[in-house]
Write a protein that binds this ligand. Structure first.
Ligand SMILES: Cc1cc2nc3c(=O)[nH]c(=O)nc-3n(C[C@H](O)[C@H](O)[C@H](O)COP(=O)(O)OP(=O)(O)OC[C@H]3O[C@@H](n4cnc5c(N)ncnc54)[C@H](O)[C@@H]3O)c2cc1C
Length: 462
């Protein structure tokens, strides 16, 4: 138990706010994206900059407080928060700078994907990242990070050039290919295990700003044909094209006929990030296929396309995800997904099959911890609901579908899609034996006391 004098001294030493349970705004400050997460930190340090981060890490170590790190607060497992400890909240650190000459981007860890797209797209550039604008760049990058541009440029972490890190002993380090190269390797997929990143440096690429993108939606009665089409179409896609299959109940979206709202649908979302003529040509077979209920695929700004799933994945609802990497998407896997799609009861739940492959194979499996480069797709069985009374039923649906899909999995999983209850063997599966072994060595060196343990943890062995 901390005495109030110690807390007051800590508070006075911070440039940013220190929020405690009796303060106004405490409940707001401990909210994260997933309403399933209800943790009560003793202290929330809203850091203003690196000085606050160093001060907070030193304070946690000296007082032996449990420590959690919050970037965008999006992690499904709710590891951004802790009970009774100190949460280092980086969400106010939103500085972002684009160097047009080198196309390098420096971003502080409170930026979300919307911030990153806004500052890069104004110059026709983009950093490959995820598909929902509210997601934090920090957790996403540290866990790998995939999105519409991954098939062209690799994981987000493949495009990380350097990072500034505050380690467990309060030391500030630059990590890149030549300085603290072991730490740099670990940061490119090993999660928040090694320290607090106060700045990320990325390589950006010319993208759009207009891309050919959007979603096409078919009635569930045609699911068989649509799923088959998705399989063929995505398997033959050039790297500029990324496809996503989704099965869910139709949302009350203005582009969908009213009579299908709440009824099962199947959709294919795409983003072609090459030139518009190629995009039109490549996507034509999809637009000409079948008799869709809606087709909102058209040339549009990349930053607009990035908002496509924002409403479907809105913050503040209850969420439970289970995920697999798939080496391919055989007909039998499609059958299993259709069977479980028919059991969806929540208007917010969905099954998502996101295409990977392409550029991922240009990097070696041991180039970084973000391996799983044999995966052609990532499956997310995403249960989402509003009423806590439905929690058990929704979790059971997600687990049931996930179990039946296990036979099609590579055996790997994305660390950023793991729930709080996974961990252990599943963390090992996320990294594979060789990369995990190397991560343990890095953990032993930089965080031997496991101060950074609220994450998909790699426990030290020293
Ligand atoms: C709606 C939604 C959509 C998503 N879409 C995608 C997607 O398209 N592609 C994809 O790859 N992933 C996606 N994800 C998963 C996402 O990458 C993870 O949830 C990620 O952890 C989010 O990062 P955050 O900073 O918001 O997380 P937080 O919850 O803030 O943090 C999660 C963990 O990251 C670590 N961490 C955060 N910041 C730092 C830091 N500065 N230094 C050290 N460690 C830190 C900590 O261990 C922390 O516990 C999505 C998630 C959601 C909820």
């Amino acid at each position: 138990m901390l005495d109030q004098t110690t807390v007051e001294k800590f508070k006075a030493s911070l440039g940013g706010e220190l929020i405690q349970p009796n303060d106004d705004g405490y409940d707001e400050a401990r909210k994260v994206w997933n309403a399933m997460v209800d943790k009560r930190p003793a202290l929330i340090a809203r850091c203003k900059g690196t000085a606050d981060v160093i001060t907070a890490v030193n304070f946690a170590r000296e007082t032996n407080l449990l420590l959690s790190i919050r970037g965008g607060g999006h992690n499904i497992a709710g590891t951004a928060l802790c009970d009774d400890g100190l949460t280092i909240d980086l969400s106010g650190m939103k500085g972002l700078h684009v160097d047009l000459r080198t196309r390098r981007v420096r971003a502080q860890p409170g930026c979300n994907l919307g911030d990153l797209d806004r500052e890069t797209q104004i110059f026709g550039l983009a950093v490959p990242a995820g598909i929902v604008t509210d997601t934090g760049i920090a957790g996403l990058t540290l866990g790998g990070g995939f999105g519409w541009l991954t098939r062209r440029y690799g994981y987000t972490s493949d495009n990380l050039l350097s990072a500034d890190v505050v380690t467990a002993d309060g030391t500030f380090l630059r990590a890149n290919e030549t300085e603290n190269a072991d730490l740099f390797w670990g940061l490119r997929g090993g999660g928040g295990n090694f320290g607090v990143v106060t700045s990320f440096e990325y390589q950006a690429y010319p993208v759009g700003p207009q891309v050919t993108a959007g979603m096409i939606i078919h009635p569930i009665e045609n699911a068989r044909e649509v799923v088959d089409f998705f399989r063929e179409f995505s398997a033959n896609a050039p790297e500029e094209l990324c496809c996503l299959l989704t099965l869910r109940l139709a949302p009350p979206a203005p582009f969908l006929p009213k009579e299908v709202h709440g009824k099962p649908i199947v959709g294919i979302a795409v983003c072609h990030s090459g030139n518009l003529e190629d995009g039109e040509r490549v996507i034509r077979p999809l637009k000409e296929f079948g008799d869709p209920l809606a087709d909102v695929i058209a040339p549009k700004p990349f930053a607009v396309h990035q908002t496509l799933f924002d409403v479907a994945m809105a913050p503040g609802r209850h969420y439970y995800w289970k995920s697999h990497y798939l080496p391919e998407f055989p007909e039998a896997a499609g059958n299993v997904l259709m069977e479980h799609a028919a059991k969806i009861t929540s208007p917010h739940s969905s099954i998502l099959v996101f295409q990977l492959g392409g550029a991922l194979a240009r990097f070696g499996e041991t180039d970084s911890p973000a391996g799983n480069r044999d995966a052609a797709y990532v499956l997310n069985v995403a249960a989402s609901w509003e009423d806590p009374a439905h929690t058990e039923e929704q979790i059971a649906w997600s687990r049931g579908c996930w179990s039946d899909m296990q036979q099609f999995s590579t055996g790997g999983v994305n660390v950023n899609f793991m729930t709080g209850e996974e961990g252990g063997k599943r963390v090992l599966a996320a990294f594979g034996d060789a990369n995990y072994k190397r991560l343990v060595e890095i953990k032993n060196k930089y965080d031997p006391q496991n101060m950074f343990r609220l994450n998909q943890n790699i426990p030290p062995t020293v």
